[in-house]
Ligand binder design. Structure first.
Ligand code: IPD
Ligand code: CA
Ligand code: CA
Length: 266
């Protein structure tokens, strides 16, 4: 497989899709809800996913697409070449803020991530990696994450998890929030992952993510030494939803051991 050619192609279609999304602000965006009132989708999410599918199938019809909007084929295994795509990660930000949303793509061959992309559509900023060759922020190589103490860490977490809930012991999360230097919440998992791999955040915690939220990000994580697992410390399960912690390697295990205590689901 010509990885360089595939990388060039992926970048071209991401940049083209980004332009289409920015142009969409000059016409009407149709907003619908999915699983609940706060789970949004728009015609632009769907059109962008379709755009990717058409381009990828024209490039190589054997490649399969696992996309959030389900417009590709049903993907039940990661055999062969699979593109894992979130056409807009942070749809609520897209609709409400007109910024802070990402296109994110991971290209997997027989379950192994070989290319990963997170594109900040409004800033036109690309975080990407080629497995085994490194990671880049636009044209600059990204460096390996440096040692740090938990007290110096700035972490991404949603404020819901410091309130009583049935997923996780919130008292432990309060302790974590009091221990670290600061917290942030950006409303796009891919953006928070892009910030962890580039050292702008030191960890990001989520109770439930889907493969398309992280498929691109975990390829980049590997290249810079960030650790990404579920709350059991195992690799994320790409065929379902899972818990997720990505962190600087010096604090990943410490967060898992001391601050994350999942509640048993009834
Ligand atoms: C969502 C965003 C959000 C995260 C949710 C995701 P979407 O993706 O990444 O930050 O908390 O779990 O579903 O729906 O905007 O693609
Ligand atoms: Ca998403
Ligand atoms: Ca999405």
């Amino acid at each position: 497989m010509d990885v360089k050619k595939l990388d060039q192609f992926a970048k071209e279609i991401i940049v083209e899709a980004g332009k289409k999304i920015r142009d969409a602000f000059s016409y009407d965006i149709e907003i619908e809800t999915k699983s609940g009132a706060n789970d949004l989708v728009t015609n632009i999410d769907r059109e962008t996913e379709l755009f990717f599918i058409e381009k990828i199938k024209a490039f190589d019809s054997s490649h399969r697409i696992l996309g959030e909007e389900g417009m590709g084929e049903k993907v039940e295994s990661l055999e062969g070449v699979v593109w894992i795509i979130d056409p807009i990660d942070g749809t609520m930000n897209f609709v409400k803020q007109h910024r802070h949303f990402m296109i994110t793509i991971g290209v997997y061959v027989d379950g192994v991530g070989i290319l990963g992309y997170i594109f900040d559509v409004m800033r036109e900023d690309l975080f990407y990696a080629i497995a085994g060759q490194g990671a880049w922020y636009n044209d600059s190589p990204m460096r390996k994450l440096q040692p740090l103490k938990i007290e110096e860490a700035v972490i991404g977490i949603n404020a819901n998890w410091v309130t009583p809930n049935n997923r996780i012991n919130h008292e432990k999360i309060i302790e974590l929030v009091r221990t670290v230097r600061g917290t942030r919440s950006y409303g796009s998992a891919a953006m928070e992952i892009a910030f962890v791999v580039s050292g702008k955040l030191d960890a990001y915690i989520s109770m439930r993510l889907a493969p398309w939220d992280i498929g691109g990000g975990v390829v980049i994580a590997k290249e810079v030494g960030a650790i990404a697992t579920n709350f059991n410390g195992n690799p994320f399960d790409f065929l379902t939803t899972d818990t997720f912690l990505i962190a600087n390697p010096y604090i990943h295990q410490l967060i898992l051991d001391n601050y994350i205590e999942e509640k048993k689901m009834l």
